[in-house]
Design a protein. Structure first.
Length: 108
């Protein structure tokens, strides 16, 4: 990659088009995670490889930076705060959480 290509790429990363694209991807990922009962804490504890697999399972091209995942975590926090005072909402795929977030192993 040449210096000019790197500068062009950096300009795109901070453009309005990139912001909009990042937001759209983050909203789609947040919906997928919310339906499975995965919160921002679970997301933050996930290794990068698991997050990439999760994005692919959601039929979304995995984000190339952590910036998008940070937006996803923020959206999940907003949704949790919104849902806190309301009756429990049925999440259609909550049983799939175990595929992505492993519960701690209890000692004997």
């Amino acid at each position: 990659m040449t210096i000019d290509e790197a500068r062009a790429n950096d300009r795109y990363a901070h453009s309005d088009v990139a912001e909009r694209s990042r937001r759209e991807k983050a909203v789609a990922l947040a919906r997928y995670l919310w339906d499975r009962g995965i919160d921002s804490g679970d997301l933050g504890a996930m290794p990068a490889a698991t997050r990439r697999k999760l994005a692919r399972a959601a039929d979304i091209n995995p984000p190339s930076t952590d910036e998008t995942w940070t937006v996803v975590a923020g959206l999940l926090d907003e949704k949790d705060a919104w849902a806190a005072g309301r009756p429990e909402e049925a999440r259609p795929h909550r049983d799939e959480k175990i595929l992505w977030v492993k519960p701690p192993v209890r000692p004997w």
